[in-house]
Design a protein around this ligand. Structure first.
Ligand SMILES: NC(=O)c1ccc[n+]([C@@H]2O[C@H](COP(=O)([O-])OP(=O)(O)OC[C@H]3O[C@@H](n4cnc5c(N)ncnc54)[C@H](OP(=O)(O)O)[C@@H]3O)[C@@H](O)[C@H]2O)c1
Length: 282
């Protein structure tokens, strides 16, 4: 039986993929921070006779320590992981800069550091599976934002947009670094941009933007069931190369500064120092 780990597996795209793989007979570990959302997923899993193959792992992924504990918990219960799908996100586009209890800027911690720790931390479990895949869901291929090398935590001239875009660009470099560091790994790493999808994302925006975003998504956006179809196809039949990026069904070029290998390895080393090199990562 396949094991599928999904962060943000309790809402939006992550939940759509969780239900898809439960219907396919896989074991799904869904990570989220809100117990009621986890309970709702467990109830929906029971309704498709998958209660014995689903687990809700309540974790606050803004915490590096909690994410490391999550890695240890998954490793201790699963001999292998077939798919790691990284969807957890909470946009904080407005308001003041906030830092986690470990001192990291919120978007950097949730949208980038948690994905870095899970990808590296679960690498061995993934490599034990016959056809392992990591899918990092974000906005690869969008030329907006940059890495603020001299101030990764954005202590100066902070804006929520700047922080969100930096976390997306950090994930682009993370994919490039992962493929460069583990040249012989069987893991296929996919950076995936789903396009505009109607999910739980606007629920955390301030009014009146929340209502406006919901109204425009109702007209313009794809539904979750429609959006997860090409994602599942790619996850089941990943491309041959170690690293690829897609926007919905279209493969995009890896040329350009967003995937520069020197920058990718530079960010990897800086991040390794930030999260602690405890696990002997390269
Ligand atoms: N929707 C779109 O149009 C769109 C477009 C481009 C890219 N994307 C990307 O697609 C991915 C999924 O987005 P979505 O729209 O499906 O999001 P969503 O519906 O808002 O779901 C976000 C998920 O992340 C979890 N999460 C948030 N904060 C967390 C925390 N601190 N710890 C653990 N889990 C946490 C949420 O669970 P809790 O609330 O319980 O914490 C929820 O399960 C994101 O990476 C997003 O950037 C989406």
């Amino acid at each position: 039986m396949q094991t599928v780990v999904i962060t943000g597996g309790t809402d939006g795209l992550g939940k759509g993929l969780a239900l898809h793989y439960l219907r396919q007979g896989a074991r799904v570990l869904a990570v989220g921070s809100t117990p009621t959302k986890g309970e709702a997923l467990l109830a929906e899993a029971a309704a498709v006779s998958a209660a014995d193959r689903v687990a809700f792992l309540q974790t606050d992924l803004t915490s590096v320590m909690a994410t490391k504990e999550l890695v240890a918990e998954i490793e201790s219960t699963c001999p292998s992981v077939d798919k790691l799908i990284l969807c957890a996100q909470r946009y904080r586009l407005f308001g003041a800069r906030t830092v986690t209890r470990e001192g990291f800027e919120h978007s950097f911690a949730l949208a980038y550091l948690s994905r870095y720790v899970l990808s590296h931390g679960l690498r061995k479990a993934l490599e034990s599976a016959p056809r392992p895949v990591i899918m990092n869901v974000g906005t690869p291929g969008v030329p907006l934002g940059r890495i603020h090398w001299d101030d990764l935590q954005l202590t100066r001239r902070y804006s929520g947009f700047k922080a969100t875009l930096q976390s997306f660009r950090a994930n682009d470099l993370h994919g490039a670094a992962f493929a460069a560091l583990y040249a012989d790994t069987p893991i296929r790493y996919i950076g995936y941009n789903p396009g505009v999808v109607s999910t739980g994302m606007p629920n955390h925006l301030p009014q009146p933007l929340r209502a406006l975003t919901k109204a425009s998504l109702a007209v313009l956006a794809a539904s979750v069931p429609k959006a997860v179809k090409p994602m599942a196809r790619l996850l089941d039949e990943p491309p041959a190369g170690p690293f690829a990026i897609y926007r919905t069904t279209r493969q995009l070029s890896l040329k350009g500064p967003a995937f520069d290998q020197d920058d990718a390895l530079r960010l990897h080393r800086l991040t390794q120092d930030l999260v602690g090199a405890a696990w002997g990562w390269p």
